[in-house]
Write a protein that binds this ligand. Structure first.
Ligand code: ADP
Ligand code: F6P
Length: 490
């Protein structure tokens, strides 16, 4: 095959992810709402991509409900989304979506990639067929948009089969894939029933990127063990005459956006209110999707332990936890909501007084000014993920701490632990240790906190931003394409 040049005047970047940065719901005309209500969505992938200034065309799914709209309503929705946001929506039936997103993606791949047991009912043929069908629906929309020379950048575990489907139709397409979650040890990855189909498709990309070196290493050893002819070279994997470059490229955030938010009057008002309300108390903040990988239960138990082992801290601090509901159709997530709610109630009942509650739990999404204010007033941010690809909350907290030098109390199992050396690191499984690290962070001298903060702040605002992440990936994608072409030409 004749390879197309990777960069030309007309080169565009097509970004493909399951979730677009907006969520869809039907409007209520009796309340004067438009036909479709579109609101910002959250999650690390969306935050990272939204933080890039690189121009790209974003292709993705708008969520449940869109698949059952009549064809003419889908056309109107597509037109609104393209006109107001320039995004290209992908449609597939809600029944497919349920098996693709809730079951195969979030009851099989998500738990296994985070070292949790897969739901044994998730690997059923219907769920796998739906995962394939949804990935094919994405491939069809990419095919409609694609012009030779464009770069296609596929994101995350929901779209593992997309590189393969795209390659089948477009042998010369430049395809990059980035995984936003951990890639597990091959010992664990091998439990995925369709492990070979997944690896084979990923190897159809020219470049595969991960947040951390270990994830890239696990991917390479999985290929080595499961793909007959796979050979690990210095830059990646060689198999069936294809060269797939493998890279580590930790994602970042748009730190400038947070610095600007802190200057806004709305944010400043929130900050004054929060400081007035929690008058002279230490503030610990937590911000997570309510997901079992975030270690919320362990985090709450560590707060309880802090109250027990340091009774002098009672009434001296408050723990503000924001938990945005997530994947609520999935049983494991429903169970977690009940467990977290119960634990917050029990700890508050045991240690609270009429004038003080140790835990304030907000079970919803908060807007950006309020989020920035929460980060800014907090003396510590507690991240307890038992596994996490990166954890952008940790970076957002650092960005908002220029005045206070607050302590980032970070799980060693979050990808961010490899990139932020100025953190107070803990093993969330060791509840006593977490409580003690948190205590030490709260009483640390300003000098210690300032030195640690400086190291993290430099990375979050300069060397490790979302822009740097995306630019590096796109630059490597060009090189990877050229390298794979050279192999084919041999
Ligand atoms: P994940 O990708 O697993 O969701 P990250 O920590 O990388 O985890 O990213 C979460 C993103 O979602 C962050 O940008 C964070 O600000 C945002 N977020 C999480 N919880 C909330 C919330 N309750 N309200 C608003 N934004 C939230
Ligand atoms: O960042 C990892 C990730 O799984 C993204 O793929 C996803 O968009 C985000 O977390 C939030 O999850 P969801 O899209 O299922 O709400």
């Amino acid at each position: 095959d004749q390879m197309e040049p990777v960069t030309s005047q007309a080169t565009r970047i097509l970004v493909v992810s399951n979730r677009l940065p907006i969520n869809f719901s039907l409007g209520d005309p009796t309340k004067g709402e438009p036909e479709f209500v579109l609101k910002p969505s959250s999650g690390g992938l969306v935050t990272g991509l939204r933080g890039c200034s690189l121009p790209f065309t974003w292709i993705g799914w708008l969520g449940f409900g869109t698949g059952s709209l009549p064809k003419d309503a889908q056309d109107r929705l597509r037109a609104v989304v393209q006109r107001d946001y320039s995004f290209i929506p992908v449609f597939f039936p809600d029944e497919i979506a349920s098996d693709y997103y809730n079951v195969y993606s979030n009851q099989l791949l998500w738990p296994v990639f985070h070292y949790q047991k897969q739901n044994i009912f998730a690997a059923n043929p219907k769920a796998w067929a739906a995962y394939q069908a949804a990935n094919k629906a994405f491939a069809a929309v990419v095919g409609e948009q694609y012009r030779p020379g464009d770069l296609v950048w596929v994101h995350d575990y929901q779209l593992c089969l997309l590189p393969g489907y795209l390659r089948e139709e477009h042998p010369t397409m430049t395809i990059g894939f980035f995984l936003h979650i951990p890639f597990p040890s091959s010992e664990v990855f091998r439990t995925v029933p369709q492990r070979r189909e997944i690896l084979d498709s990923l190897l159809d990309a020219n470049l595969v990127g991960f947040h951390a070196f270990e994830f890239a290493r696990h991917f390479c050893s999985s290929c080595q063990r499961l793909i007959m002819d796979a050979e690990t070279t210095q830059n990646g994997i060689l198999s069936r005459g294809r060269l797939t470059t493998v890279m580590t490229d930790p994602i970042g955030i748009d730190a400038t956006k947070f610095l600007k938010l802190l200057e806004q009057d709305e944010t400043k008002d929130h900050i004054s209110q929060l400081l007035a309300e929690f008058d002279k108390k230490k503030i610990i903040v937590g911000v997570d999707r309510v997901d079992y990988t975030k270690g919320l239960v362990l985090k709450l138990l560590a707060i309880e332990q802090l109250l027990k082992s340091h009774p002098e801290m009672r009434e001296k601090f408050v723990f503000l936890q924001v938990g945005v509901p997530s994947r609520q159709d999935v049983e494991e997530y429903q169970d977690l909501v009940r467990e977290v709610n119960g634990l917050v109630g029990r700890i508050n009942a045991e240690f609270g007084a009429l004038h003080w509650m140790p835990i304030r739990y907000i079970n919803r999404s908060v807007d950006q000014p309020y989020l920035a204010a929460l980060y800014a007033v907090a003396d510590a941010c507690l991240v307890s993920s038992t596994r996490d690809g990166m954890n952008l909350v940790a970076l957002e907290y650092v960005a908002c701490q220029e005045g206070r030098y607050g302590a980032l109390v970070l799980s060693e199992f979050a990808g961010a632990a490899s990139s932020l050396p100025g953190s107070f690191i803990h093993n969330p499984w060791n509840i006593g240790e977490t409580a003690e690290v948190l205590y030490n962070a709260l009483i640390a001298s300003e000098e210690e906190r300032r030195l640690k903060h400086r190291r993290n702040f430099e990375i979050v605002t300069r060397t490790g931003t979302a822009d740097r992440w995306a630019n590096l990936f796109i630059e490597e994608l060009g090189k990877a394409y050229a390298a794979s072409s050279a192999i084919l030409a041999e």
